[in-house]
Design a protein. Structure first.
Ligand SMILES: NC(=O)c1ccc[n+]([C@@H]2O[C@H](COP(=O)([O-])OP(=O)(O)OC[C@H]3O[C@@H](n4cnc5c(N)ncnc54)[C@H](O)[C@@H]3O)[C@@H](O)[C@H]2O)c1
Length: 450
């Protein structure tokens, strides 16, 4: 790779003259765009959804961690949210943060393919593309790289000094890298800036450019040896959580049958200062990561090695069973009260997949609600983080967190431990409670804990 192209790219980053495009303005892309504006880059937020662009232009944030006034300041500083691919012209750095869902249990990389094709039309020598979407090892160099090279006619530098793709020479090269996003929605302690960011490149030049770019956004970067390594880092982190949550969920179910208080055992185990990390049981896993990412890894292992990633399969099995388990437990509780699920009024506390967020994609709460509805229950949701505007496709009514709602329900199920759910109020007003998060610990109430 020509030293000049690397030097030029580093200089543009250092002087904040590099034009940045962030493809996908969702939970991951919007915070990156906001941070880049804050440190002085000119930023285009390229987004496929017209509705989202309209909200962004009106400084109305749909991402919990980004405040409206942050968005307003960014717009005033030149941040440009748009659906127009023409706005990508002349970009120096592009970050891709588009969805990577499963379709029929298989990785759906069509959003990355689409983003790559759009960027390729505007790719210039010395420009850099970084993928942030979670995906299996190999995606950046085997899928995205060729799309960018073929669509632009440029070449990609590779380790060892050669180049691949397109028809251009060294002077016609572009940089490519992968950097997993570790954003934790609702986490007030660790955000984008103070969470170390793993970075990688498909060549030493790419790594230098990707590292320099993220060094300008975050406190600490962690360079790794290849894009595949960086892709695996993200899947390792999420598979680790997925497996440990499954372990504690299964343990919780057995502990109950053994008549042991698992919550007290977990707290006591957590006093060990080394070799243990605390996980707690719950109604299942949700969000864009845990129910999906480990399956990307399992799919890749199966495709390439013909082997089954047993830990992932087992964890999927246990975690997907949890909504059924909750349904079974509350059915038994109502039975004891000579009541049936059919006809009971059930108030579900928490629709989001985790506390203090508004994200309810893949939320286990929805699975619990579906099962209860199928059994004839009259289900309502309470979730202070989710405004009505986000719930057009929600089948169940959203009600406020109020004493009357708690008292009117035959059964209240705590599914999320949002800080707004005051334990004393629930304990005092709910007639019967199933607490899947041990929120009511220390309070007298009628009901059971998961
Ligand atoms: N949400 C999280 O907490 C989190 C954390 C770490 C990693 N990730 C990963 O980051 C990626 C993005 O996740 P997200 O939560 O931000 O998703 P999201 O759905 O909130 O945002 C993605 C955005 O990309 C847009 N988009 C799709 N295709 C596009 C295209 N071709 N051009 C322009 N815009 C396009 C969508 O309209 C959407 O607004 C996923 O791979 C996810 O697994 C998410």
């Amino acid at each position: 790779m020509s030293i000049t192209l690397v030097d030029q790219a580093l200089e543009r980053i250092q002087h904040r003259t590099a034009k940045l495009v962030v493809v996908g303005q969702g939970y991951v892309g919007l915070p990156v765009a906001m941070r880049a504006v804050e440190v002085g880059f000119p930023v285009v937020g390229f987004e496929a959804s017209i509705d989202r662009v309209k909200s962004l232009r009106a400084a109305e944030s749909y991402v919990g961690d980004i405040r409206d006034d942050t968005l307003r300041r960014a717009l005033d500083s030149g941040y440009l949210p748009t659906t127009d691919p023409g706005a990508l012209a002349g970009f120096d750095i592009a970050v891709i943060s588009v969805p990577t869902p499963l379709r029929d249990g298989m990785p759906d990389l069509s959003f990355i393919e689409q983003a790559g094709a759009t960027l390729a039309a505007h790719l210039r020598p010395g420009a850099c593309v970084v993928l942030e979407s979670t995906t299996y090892p190999g995606t950046t160099t085997e899928l995205l790289g060729p799309i960018l090279a073929d669509g632009s006619g440029l070449t990609r530098a590779v380790a060892g000094g050669g180049s691949v793709g397109g028809g251009g020479g060294v002077e016609g090269q572009f940089f490519l890298g992968y950097s997993p996003e570790r954003i934790d929605p609702g986490n007030l302690t660790h955000g984008l800036v103070n969470t170390p960011k793993v970075v990688s490149g498909d060549s030493p030049g790419s790594l230098a450019v990707v590292t320099a770019f993220f060094d300008s956004l975050v406190d600490e970067t962690v360079p790794v040896g290849s894009c595949a390594e960086a892709e695996l880092v993200k899947l390792l982190e999420n598979t680790f959580r997925h497996v440990n949550i499954a372990l504690i969920n299964e343990l919780a179910m057995f502990a109950r049958d053994l008549d042991v208080d698992v919550w007290r055992a977990i707290d006591a185990a957590a006093t060990k200062p080394f070799g243990y990390m605390k996980f707690t049981p719950g109604p299942g896993v949700g969000g864009h990561c845990l129910p999906i990412d480990p399956s990307y890894l399992a799919w890749r292992v199966k495709q390439h090695l013909g082997r089954t990633f047993r830990f992932v399969e087992l964890a999927n099995d246990v975690n997907e069973h949890m909504p059924d388990y909750v349904h079974g437990r509350v059915t038994a509780m109502l039975n004891q009260q000579r009541k049936s699920v059919n006809g009971s009024r059930v108030l579900l506390l928490g629709l989001a997949y985790k506390k203090a967020t508004s994200d309810w994609r893949e939320s286990p709460s929805v699975h619990v609600a579906r099962r209860l509805t199928a059994s004839g229950a009259e289900v309502r949701f309470c979730d202070p983080y989710i405004p009505d505007v986000n719930t057009q496709h929600l089948t169940w009514p959203l009600v406020p967190f109020a004493e009357a709602e708690l008292a009117d329900a035959d059964l209240v199920i705590v599914l999320v431990d949002h800080p707004e759910f005051d334990a004393a109020t629930i304990a005092a007003h709910a007639r019967l409670v199933f607490d899947s998060k041990n929120l009511l610990r220390g309070h007298e109430f009628t009901g059971e804990v998961l």
